[in-house]
Design a protein around this ligand. Structure first.
Ligand SMILES: [Zn+2]
Length: 336
């Protein structure tokens, strides 16, 4: 009996410590740390600004922050009105990342906004800076870890995740280097790795690299997984622990997204799904930034469709609140 009580007491304490650990989890926003439990309804893959000029020419003088702000503001206020609390901005350095712009938008809208560290190796490496070819993965990682420790440049603003990108075929040498650098950065920061990927071949190759580096697949978001047509690969990666980013929602594809989400639900993997639009995109090369795509379709069209298909309120909360907090809470996810 006494043994039993001891075991019960110990397991209760363990449970308590686990509870308080998950209660104390933090996400890192452009305004500083916020409790993961307060992240709320979140869009996990969106953009304010993307500059397609290329790594050798991009610089902040190509856009006027106040004009970009003015353009983006109504779209952010629209999602706030729909109950969204957190906006994950996925534009990496060398393709238009502007943490100061994001911070001012966060201050004026009251939304949590999260920015990133890392380099984007998709689009045939147009956005990979020259030094990435010369430096080792360790050296790249040390630059990204430095942004976490000391803030981005002189802004004092810290990244809340690692954003990389790879091309949609088998990984190239530079893609591989970026993935290794991201793995090393994760182990030093606890920031989750969101990798623009698309098809399964590079997704599974990245998971293999992470494993070699000792990183749990739970620290990896397979971004643009809707690009993979064989849905058994979503199941395979999610069962390994990877997050499945279904993040290209628009007015015309909501039915298809219901099918993709149901596939994961039917396999008990709803807790691995992250949803978003990959919308926005003020483009400095275009007159007044070009056409800006809003972020409301998920709320106005996809969620009602999911409910019509029998998804419960709890399952919607899982997709929109629980999963984002679990993914973006900063913590090291190491393989034992
Ligand atoms: Zn994107």
């Amino acid at each position: 009996m006494r043994n039993f009580i001891n075991i019960a007491a110990v397991s209760f304490m363990l449970l308590l410590s686990q509870c308080s650990a998950s209660k104390d989890r933090m996400i890192m926003t452009v305004k500083g740390p916020v409790k993961a439990s307060e992240m709320g309804v979140s869009l996990t893959h969106e953009h304010i600004l993307v500059d397609f000029i290329g790594a050798d020419s991009v610089n902040e003088s190509r856009w006027d922050k106040s004009i970009v702000s003015e353009k983006a503001m109504p779209y952010l206020l629209a999602i706030k009105k729909l109950g969204c609390k957190t906006f994950v901005e996925c534009t990496p350095e060398y393709i238009g990342r502007d943490p100061v712009l994001l911070k001012s938008l966060s201050e004026s809208t009251g939304l949590n906004i999260i920015t990133n560290t890392g380099y984007y190796g998709a689009a045939n490496d147009k956005y990979v800076p020259k030094h990435a070819y010369e430096k080792s993965a360790e050296e790249l990682a040390s630059g990204w870890v430095d942004e976490w420790n000391n803030g981005i440049g002189s802004t004092g603003i810290k990244p809340g995740f690692i954003k990389i990108g790879v091309d949609s075929k088998s990984l190239s040498d530079i893609d591989r280097k970026l993935v290794i650098a991201a793995a090393k950065t994760h182990l030093n920061t606890g920031l989750i790795i969101a990798s623009h990927t698309g098809p399964a071949i590079p997704a599974l190759e990245q998971l293999e690299i992470l494993e070699k580096e000792g990183v749990d697949p739970e620290a990896f978001i397979w971004v643009h997984a809707q690009g993979e047509k064989d849905l058994s690969n979503h199941i395979k990666a999610a069962k390994m622990g990877s997050w499945i980013g279904l993040d290209g929602i628009n007015e015309d594809n909501c039915e298809e997204y219901v099918r993709l989400i149901k596939n994961l639900k039917d396999n008990d993997l709803l807790d691995k799904v992250l949803l978003s639009h990959d919308a926005g995109w003020y483009d400095p090369a275009k007159e007044n930034g070009g056409e800006f795509r809003g972020f409301t379709t998920l709320f106005e069209k996809l969620i009602p469709l999911l409910k019509a298909e029998g998804f419960t309120e709890k399952e919607i909360d899982q997709l929109m609140i629980t999963n984002p907090a679990e993914a973006y809470a900063v913590r090291i996810r190491k393989l034992n």
